[in-house]
Design a binder for this molecule. Structure first.
Ligand SMILES: Nc1ncnc2c1ncn2[C@@H]1O[C@H](COP(=O)(O)OP(=O)(O)OP(=O)(O)O)[C@@H](O)[C@H]1O
Ligand SMILES: N[C@@H](CCO)C(=O)O
Length: 324
């Protein structure tokens, strides 16, 4: 459960008085998610999401995240919209945390996605990449190579508690990725965390994307590799080539990948697996016992990393290496 910060009804009502959102009728904490605190609010008008931004969100990044949602929604992408306060500001404060009200998006996330859903996710990611063009605030990816090295420095001495031999393996991996990380691939605004719980469906139809709080500027194909990792492996750790093919074809039906992007996919996927391994490892080692949050398994991402390290070409992902 991720309700890190509690709120009182009195404080909430004072906070809501700064918006044109009707009268509060009920509110409850949302158990899902690991990063921020979310509440579902019912009012005499529309339902709303209240987000209190927690440890990994820098307050200075919030204009990027909130502005991006507005930019994408203006360009037809279905995503939540931050609501302005009466003074025009998108950001306020509640219980000592930066806080925003966000429009409620209909839909549910899928526990057991199939290939047809992966195809839709690929297409939606490509649409997001195109809709992100022209967004004028920049945010470098804080969780790319340099960020990985500093995260690793915080965990490395305890890494072998999770699996023997990890210290050497990850140090070697970081050296490899540092030496071979692609440069000059097409870049733009990426979501950077488009996992199952951040994509809503109504029936089999994708109804919207949420949680833009890792969004940043980076290589577009890196975002594709994040989705391959998040959507195309089974619980037993096996890569599902049918899902991978569907996701990549879905993406390319909107934005074909160049030959350079296709060739780089294995190393990008290796890097994105390392990124989620490292944040999960850090949380695994630092989250106190009894904390009301379900810790995510770092080893799941280590297995994915090892899979990509053995991939020889994109044919292993289920598509040809020729640009579509
Ligand atoms: N705009 C929205 N409309 C409807 N439900 C939402 C919305 N935003 C968040 N939620 C609900 O809150 C949950 C957690 O939200 P979110 O994924 O943004 O949290 P998080 O802590 O940042 O999560 P993560 O662990 O994915 O980074 C979602 O799974 C969804 O149920
Ligand atoms: N999607 C991330 C958690 C949110 O940042 C993970 O599964 O590790």
């Amino acid at each position: 459960m991720a309700v890190y910060t509690d709120i009182t009804e009195i404080d909430l009502k004072q906070f809501l008085a700064q918006y044109e959102v009707g009268e509060l009728t009920s509110y409850k904490g949302i158990a899902e998610g690991v990063e921020n605190t979310n509440f579902l609010l019912h009012t005499t008008k529309d339902p709303l999401i209240l987000t209190l931004y927690e440890k990994r969100v820098e307050k200075s990044d919030l204009p990027f995240f909130l502005g991006l949602m507005q930019h994408l929604a203006d360009r037809g992408l279905t995503c939540p919209l931050p609501l302005p306060r009466n003074d025009g500001e998108l950001l306020g404060e509640l219980s000592g945390r930066p806080a925003a009200l966000i429009s409620f998006l209909e839909g549910m996330w899928l526990r057991k996605p199939e290939a047809k859903h992966c195809r839709e996710v690929g297409a939606a990611l490509a649409k997001m990449h195109i809709a992100g063009e022209g967004f004028d605030i920049k945010r470098p990816n804080a969780l790319s190579l340099e960020g990985w090295v500093s995260l690793w420095q915080k965990s490395e001495t305890r890494a072998d508690e999770v699996e023997t031999g990890l210290q050497d393996e990850i140090a070697g991996e970081l050296d490899f990725l540092t030496a071979h990380w692609p440069k000059n691939l097409p870049a733009g605004v990426i979501h950077a965390d488009l996992f199952q719980d951040n994509v809503f469906f109504l029936g089999d139809t994708l109804s919207g994307l949420i949680d833009f709080y890792f969004a940043c500027n980076d290589m577009l194909a890196y975002d594709v590799s994040i989705c391959l990792n998040a959507w195309c492996f089974e619980k037993d750790g096996a890569y599902n080539v049918t899902k991978g093919k569907a996701l990549l074809e879905g993406y390319q039906s909107v934005r074909p990948l160049g030959a350079d992007e296709l060739a780089a996919l294995p190393i990008l996927a290796r890097g994105s697996a390392l990124r989620f391994f490292l944040t999960r490892l850090y949380d695994w080692l630092t989250t106190p016992e009894g904390a009301l949050v379900v810790k995510k398994d770092p080893i799941e991402y280590l297995r994915k990393l090892r899979f990509h390290a053995k991939v020889e070409s994109v044919a292993d992902y289920g598509i040809s290496g020729e640009p579509a």
